[in-house]
Design a protein around this ligand. Structure first.
Ligand SMILES: [Zn+2]
Length: 70
């Protein structure tokens, strides 16, 4: 029987948080898992995973991000 989360706790895994940099307006923001989504970008050689979130300032899609480990 697998573990099933009925209601998530308050503890968050820091690795799930990513820091985004909006290239449109320069806004820097942190987004938790669930606030961003992973998309697959098809390159010529292979597929690449990109994470995207909506900028809270200008509401454009932001794809420039890095994992926030601490
Ligand atoms: Zn922005």
């Amino acid at each position: 029987m697998a573990i099933k989360i009925i209601k998530p706790g308050k503890f968050k895994n820091p690795k799930d948080t990513r820091r985004f940099l909006c290239l449109n307006c320069g806004c820097v923001f942190d987004a938790d898992r669930g606030d961003y989504e992973a998309v697959t970008i098809r390159n010529q050689l292979d597929d690449e995973i990109a994470h995207q979130a909506i900028c809270p300032a200008c509401h454009k899609w932001v794809r420039r991000s890095e994992p926030l480990d601490e």
